[in-house]
Design a protein around this ligand. Structure first.
Ligand SMILES: Nc1nc2c(c(=O)[nH]1)N[C@H]1C(S)=C(S)[C@@H](COP(=O)(O)OP(=O)(O)OC[C@H]3O[C@@H](n4cnc5c(=O)[nH]c(N)nc54)[C@H](O)[C@@H]3O)O[C@H]1N2
Ligand SMILES: Nc1nc2c(c(=O)[nH]1)N[C@H]1C(S)=C(S)[C@@H](COP(=O)(O)OP(=O)(O)OC[C@H]3O[C@@H](n4cnc5c(=O)[nH]c(N)nc54)[C@H](O)[C@@H]3O)O[C@H]1N2
Ligand code: SF4
Ligand SMILES: [Mo]
Length: 767
């Protein structure tokens, strides 16, 4: 961590040299999509070479490019799949997407191995060993779809008969926007509050900062091509994070134009190509962010057109001294002086250097470089620095930099999502009977909203999910036991911290269903496993994504001949369950689903396949129906949209949100009135003070500091004497979230990540 500067530079240089030489020689041979695969390893291994060298011209007559969508990560790229005789043979970026700009990603190719994985689950299965546990073989045996669905419907009916529908639970991992059919509507109409998503193990804290400063809860996009400084915090957009294809394509120009600095304990792919690598001590990002803010203010580098100025133009931000709020007139921001007084005035580079292990000169150089590039200076927050205990305030401090330099909503800055016009599915209310209404009123199994769990998503206490704590709720039957549960496209016994706790929790659920393509750690505890379609090649659905100043809505479509009898998690399976429930005298769900009519013919669906298609046409109608046109790309109708596969929004309206941000004040809040209101509301619900809430939640701030971005010491678990390392993990360039581990190419090309070797696992230690 504290190595000599020269040492660090030579490491960077070596990696850089490796990448340059092999990448160039590689590019001569093949296209860019598979480019990085051979970049660091140097040699081209046969499988991928074969794939890459099948040029478009050589097999033009054999097959057809069909529009599809990849969900290998949350980039949610629009793709095209080359299909020959009903079989997918290769994948490329969809040139029709303004978000992906036709660019590719090496990880998408692994989808081919996933869909034809000989280890895929081919038929429904049931457990024959009633005992559950890590060392208990479930002894699964194949059963028919009919038997599987009948059993599931019987279990749900039992809950309904006993007035205990709140003991039903739905767990969601990765999803498409068809999710509400299974996740929301089905759970509500059965009568349970317990739909639990994976979001809290994904990126909720990353959304916290942007929300409590500029009122935006969501992923951001970055105008890298117009930026003069790009400061990345634990985000590795050439390998992970979001919109890898777009940023990989744009990065060459970005590097030419902008200074790129990356704050990362690890030498990531992006760090290896950056101007500055700040190998920070893990968990100390908040210290660096407030020190940079301190320097921006003392050096007079804030962006006056956004933040405003001292009324007499004299800079009173002097280290250690408080400033009179009356002397500063703000424009589109709120509370810059309060932020200074409450937090920044003592947070010097020297102080931050002691916490972060970074040299004082580097902190100053980066701060000044960043400030001089204002307003075209991006502060780009990834999950690493904030998806940890006390990470919310780090998230605010890092995002607040965008406010100080006026990069929020600005050219060369950080942007929110463009408008899109998809429709919500029909409302469930009329189909919820008294049992359902009563069941739904129970508290959620993840215990959100309790005093120790504010979960203040979008300013509403108790509204955010607490994924990992659901295990605790299940184990302690608190607020109630869970008797019947369904999980889909998730693997909480693997993807959640302390997965062993999930193994115990899942063992305790008397009846568990897993809807999945492959048997995973989660499936091991299931009573019934249902074989699911693969999202990229076999499913109807849609997702939305942003980059390049656009938003796209891209279609998931069945583009290949199915090899086995799979059914789709978010549409077909809930329909089939609804049919079985109707056979048992409870037809509310199927009556609800029949409302999802084909907008072209007005026909109600009569089977699961029609339902999947009509539901998608229903949700996307405003995008493809010329009579409903609202903006963005225009289509003649469904068929054209389906062929093109993607709708693009209008271009980004820069600065439209200045003064109209969705915060309490409408401004970019350094003193967050929005957070203050949320915390006070939560404290009020528990008849206590905000300070007491902070103490209960293990935060260090007290008083008004709780409402400004600020430094909190990292919460490190374990004894430093016993284990003098801090563990940090990251996403490999080949990780399709938790879903590529069964692909041989994953191991064959593992060395695309700096420092990795093929067919092995590597621990990297920061020198
Ligand atoms: N150590 C560590 N843990 C992490 C992370 C990390 O970086 N490091 N990242 C976190 C993040 S950001 C996230 S979002 C979560 C993700 O964690 P989860 O939401 O739990 O998702 P995955 O682990 O990707 O597991 C998905 C499962 O779905 C199944 N599956 C695979 N393909 C398909 C398909 O096409 N359809 C369906 N229905 N099922 C499929 C497989 O059984 C697979 O195991 O993990 C989190 N956990
Ligand atoms: N290749 C690939 N890309 C993906 C995914 C994938 O599975 N594979 N999954 C997608 C998903 S679901 C999500 S949510 C996004 C998340 O993408 P990111 O937001 O980029 O999050 P992570 O990859 O979890 O972590 C980012 C980086 O944080 C670093 N890090 C860890 N601790 C610290 C710290 O204390 N300080 C700093 N500064 N850095 C730290 C890690 O080294 C890692 O490189 O990625 C998406 N993109
Ligand atoms: S793996 Fe991620 S970045 Fe790559 S194509 Fe799929 S969604 Fe896009
Ligand atoms: Mo995620």
């Amino acid at each position: 961590m504290h190595g000599e500067k020269g040492e660090k530079q030579s490491i960077v240089k070596n990696v850089l040299d490796d990448i340059k030489v092999t990448r160039r020689s590689f590019l001569i041979k093949t296209g860019a999509a598979a480019g990085t695969a051979a970049a660091i390893g140097g040699t081209l291994r046969p499988t991928l070479k074969a794939l890459a060298e099948v040029g478009e011209s050589s097999n033009k007559d054999l097959g057809e490019w069909k529009a599809a969508t990849c969900q290998g990560c949350t980039s949610w790229c629009s793709k095209q799949v080359y299909v020959v005789d009903g079989r997918a043979v290769k994948v490329r970026g969809n040139p029709n997407s303004k978000v992906c700009v036709g660019a590719g990603c090496i990880r998408s190719q692994l989808g081919l191995q996933q869909v034809y994985d000989p280890d895929r689950i081919k038929t429904p299965m049931k457990r024959t060993n009633p005992k559950k546990g890590r060392n208990e073989d479930p002894n699964f045996v194949p059963i028919s779809w009919d038997e599987a669905l009948n059993t599931i419907a019987d279990k749900i009916m039992e809950l309904r008969k006993n007035n205990e529908t709140h003991k039903y639970m739905l767990m969601r991992g990765r999803y498409s926007y068809m999710r509400d059919i299974l996740y929301d509507r089905m759970t509500k109409i059965i009568g349970s509050p317990n739909n639990i998503s994976h979001s809290a193990i994904c990126a909720e804290a990353e959304k916290f900062g942007p929300y409590y400063t500029e009122g935006y809860w969501g992923y951001r996009q970055y105008d890298v091509e117009n930026a003069y400084y790009i400061l990345l915090w634990g985000a590795d957009p050439l390998a992970a994070n979001r919109q890898v294809p777009f940023y990989s394509k744009a990065w060459g120009n970005a590097i030419d134009k902008a200074t790129i600095a990356i704050v990362e304990p690890r030498l990531s792919a992006t760090a290896a190509k950056a101007d500055e690598w700040l190998p920070i001590k893990p968990g100390e990002d908040g210290a660096l962010a407030v020190a940079i803010s301190h320097i921006l203010l003392t050096e007079g580098l804030w962006y006056r057109e956004f933040v405003g100025d001292f009324t007499d133009g004299v800079n009173r931000f002097v280290p250690g001294q408080t400033v009179d709020e009356e002397t500063f007139e703000e424009k589109y921001t709120h509370g810059i002086v309060k932020y200074w007084n409450l937090e920044l005035k003592d947070k010097t580079a020297e102080w931050a250097s002691g916490r972060t292990g970074l040299p004082v000169e580097q902190i100053k150089r980066v701060a000044i470089g960043y400030g001089k590039a204002a307003p075209h200076a991006i502060s780009w927050l990834g999950g690493g620095p904030c998806m940890q205990v006390r990470g919310s305030y780090t998230s605010m401090a890092v995002h607040a930099l965008n406010g100080i330099v006026g990069a929020a909503d600005n050219v060369g800055g950080t942007l929110v999502s463009n408008k899109e016009y998809t429709k919500k599915f029909p409302k469930p209310k009329d189909f919820m009977d008294d049992i359902a209404k009563k069941g739904k009123k129970h508290k959620k199994i993840d215990q959100r909203g309790r005093k120790e769990f504010p979960c203040i998503k979008k300013g509403k206490p108790g509204s955010g999910v607490l994924t990992n704590n659901a295990a605790e709720g299940i184990l302690n039957a608190d607020p109630n036991e869970i008797k019947v549960a369904i999980g889909y496209m998730n693997n909480f016994a693997f993807s959640c911290p302390q997965p062993e706790r999930w193994e115990r929790a899942l063992s305790k659920i008397p009846f568990l269903v897993h809807i999945t393509t492959n048997a995973s750690e989660f499936s091991w505890f299931a009573d019934i496993v249902l074989p699911d379609t693969h999202h990229m090649f076999e499913k109807w659905g849609y997702v939305k994504s942003i980059a390049n100043g656009y938003r796209h809505v891209t279609l998931l479509q069945p583009v290949i001949k199915p090899v086995w009898d799979y059914k789709t998690d978010e549409t077909e399976i809930p329909w089939l369950i609804a049919e079985k429930l109707a056979e048992r005298g409870f037809d509310n769900l199927i009556r609800h689903y029949r409302e999802y009519k084909d907008p072209e013919t007005g026909k109600a669906p009569t089977n699961e396949k029609e339902f999947a298609l009509y539901a998608l046409k229903y949700a996307t109608q405003n995008l493809w129906d010329p009579a409903k046109y609202k903006g963005g790309d225009r289509f003649n109708g469904w068929e054209e949209f389906r062929k093109v596969g993607v709708w693009n929004s209008d271009p980004y309206p820069f600065k439209k949100r200045w003064g109209k941000m969705k915060t309490k004040t409408g401004k970019f809040e350094f003193f967050s009135e929005t957070l203050k209101a949320a915390l006070e509301k939560h404290a009020g619900k528990h008849d206590t003070t905000v300070d007491d809430i902070l103490e209960t939640c293990l935060y260090q701030a007290r008083g008004e500091k709780a409402f400004v971005p600020h430094y909190e010491e990292p919460f490190i678990v374990g004894d430093e004497k016993e284990f003098p390392f801090i563990h940090v993990d990251h996403k490999s360039r080949l990780n399709r979230e938790g879903r590529s581990a069964n692909c041989t190419w994953y191991y064959d090309f593992k060395d695309v990540d700096p420092g990795d070797v093929i067919w092995d696992d590597v621990a990297k230690i920061n020198p």
